[in-house]
Design a protein around this ligand. Sequence first.
Ligand code: KIV
Length: 275
Amino acid sequence: MSTRPAPSATAPVRRTTAPEIARRKGGEPIVSLTSYHAHTAALVDKYADFILVGDSLGMVMHGMESTVGVSLELMIMHGKAVVRGTRQALIVVDMPFGTYEESPSVAFRNAARIMKETQCGAVKLEGGVRMAETIQFLTERGVPVMAHIGLTPQSVHVMGGFKTQGREENDWQRHFDDAQAVAEAGAFSVVLEGMVEPLAARITRDVRIPTIGIGASVDCDGQILVLEDMLGLNPRTPKFVKVYGQIGPQIEQAVADYAADVRARAFPTEDQVYR
Ligand code: KIV
């Protein structure tokens, strides 16, 4: 039996909290990335204020066509891995499609399960005015909620695709009402996804909680990207992504080198052999 103590017994954990993120409104920009597994999360943890275990993992990790097929169990499994791999950042776990829309009490039951099983510090859910009652129900019962408005990928089938929001100015009031509603309901911040710049700027200026932009311009209070997108692993990079690394070609080269070595009996060498 191993005598090594569990990491949580030795290494101090001091995580950013949801209220700390809320207090960053208008201050130093909030840094965030997604992560789905322990090793990448440990790297991101050194630099990010919060890490989102996004349901985008359905597409990125599991090859789904949209996030609609993601289950609660999948989110909990990846949420646990990210919490285990990190020490500092607030961990936010996405509530997947079908686990919160039905009623506030269904949402609470599933949010509580996510928080108990993963030990994350907050959940995120999609929707504005229509989810305000649920957001209030959750926050009043101890669940910090990050809201997500604008382009909401779980509604892709209703929207008819991943479409930039707010292109028509007469549509702006609806998005503004969504942002106000989630702030009044108690959300500690709100993701603005795929939204034209002037609308994102107006929401950021007039709504009291921090806005976290993804494809919503530099005017937001913080930014988030899908880690694999900014590392160059996505073969179809969206316009709003700046690619900071070319990990895809590096992985491919490493795999090709390994395959060539194995075929040539050049791996393992003396260095990798137990004598
Ligand atoms: O699931 C996800 O990765 C997200 C971000 C795009 C904000 O919701």
